[in-house]
Ligand binder design. Structure first.
Ligand code: TUI
Length: 310
């Protein structure tokens, strides 16, 4: 049996990306009910808001699910403690180093899977006791590192013993097979689920994804040290102009999360920040979560003698 399926008690070795303000209990439960691992994003929400999401998710699915802790959040200490109280089965982390939280989570029996974007960080989280890691290439949407998935996965796979889950740029079964060929034992997918029926974002967000071509994402904030991949629009261009003018990182982060809300809740195509990965150009239709997952894995049957996909 695939090692990630065994670790997580799931049917398909796929984790849903922890998309801030987007991945709520409905999306997470739909993914878990379809046989993969749904994730509730905590983003910049406070601990009580996330606690409610966890309880709603439990009502919607009997299957395992996880919570993503965005480590730049001002509420991360409170959320980290609440996850233990709620006995959440799995935690993924992003945008920082979760090292300080790992011992307490492990003591509570939580499976810990940090997102990393470099070998040094991968080695650090393995030493700190992570059960697996998600290696995210810069094809991904949202906050990203430097390396591409193609370069990152084999290098990390050579440096750690824990299972590597690939993220960034996986848009169909070909990307999934490629990730396994590079040394991954599972995948994390975000953008594909943005374009799902169960995803609770504003219709305009989904329309922007459907309209996107291959070259329609860009990275904001590279020069200010907070690179974020978004769909090209007026906001993205304004952000980069401000970043060139030495606006403080704190101000820029506020702008990013504020404008993400404008995208997700208001569908403001001009002032919103529409985070999405480079595979947005591959998405042609809005599909149910189950169909998205099955379309990734059904062709994998052909590779079963070479790659441990299922
Ligand atoms: O975290 C993400 N994607 C995100 S978080 C987010 S909300 C946000 N908005 C504005 C600014 C910042 C966050 C939107 N999208 N993906 C996981 C991820 N983590 N990608 C890259 C990293 C990462 C990068 C550097 C993790 C650790 C790291 O350095 C750790 C260290 O200790 O050096």
């Amino acid at each position: 049996m695939n090692i990630v399926n065994r670790l997580l008690g799931i049917r398909y070795p796929l984790i849903q990306g922890g998309m801030a303000h987007i991945a709520d209990n409905r999306l997470a439960a739909a993914v878990s009910n379809a046989g993969a691992l749904g994730i509730i994003a905590s983003g910049a929400d406070d601990a009580e808001t996330v606690r409610k999401q966890i309880r709603l998710c439990r009502e919607r699915t009997p299957h395992p699910f996880g919570v993503n802790l965005m480590l730049m959040s001002p509420h991360s200490d409170a959320i980290a403690a609440m996850l233990i109280e709620e006995k959440v089965p799995v935690v993924t982390t992003g945008a920082g180093n979760p090292g300080n939280y790992i011992p307490e989570w492990k003591k509570a029996g939580i499976i810990v899977i940090p997102v990393v974007a470099s070998c040094a960080h991968a080695i650090r989280v393995e030493r700190a006791g992570a059960d697996a890691l998600i290696a995210e290439g810069q094809e991904a949407g949202g906050h990203i590192g430097e390396l591409t998935t193609m370069a990152l996965i084999p290098q990390i796979a050579d440096h750690v013993k824990i299972p590597v889950i690939a993220a960034g740029g996986i848009g169909d079964h070909r990307g999934l097979v490629a990730a396994f060929a590079l040394g991954a034992s599972g995948v994390q997918v975000g953008t594909l689920f943005l374009a799902s029926e169960e995803c609770p974002v504003h219709e305009n967000y989904k329309k922007m994804i459907l309209k996107a071509r291959d070259i329609d994402t860009m990275v904001t904030g590279r020069q200010s040290g907070a690179p974020v991949r978004v769909l090209k629009n007026r906001m993205a261009k304004t952000y980069n102009t401000l970043a060139y003018q030495n606006t403080s990182l704190e101000e820029l982060e506020k702008l990013t999360l504020g404008s993400l809300r404008k995208a997700v809740f208001d569908g403001d195509t001009e002032q919103g920040s529409f985070m999405a990965g480079q595979i947005a150009g591959m998405i042609r239709q809005i599909r149910p979560v189950r169909e998205i997952i099955e379309s990734l894995f059904l062709p994998a049957e052909n590779y079963k003698d070479h790659l441990k996909i299922l």
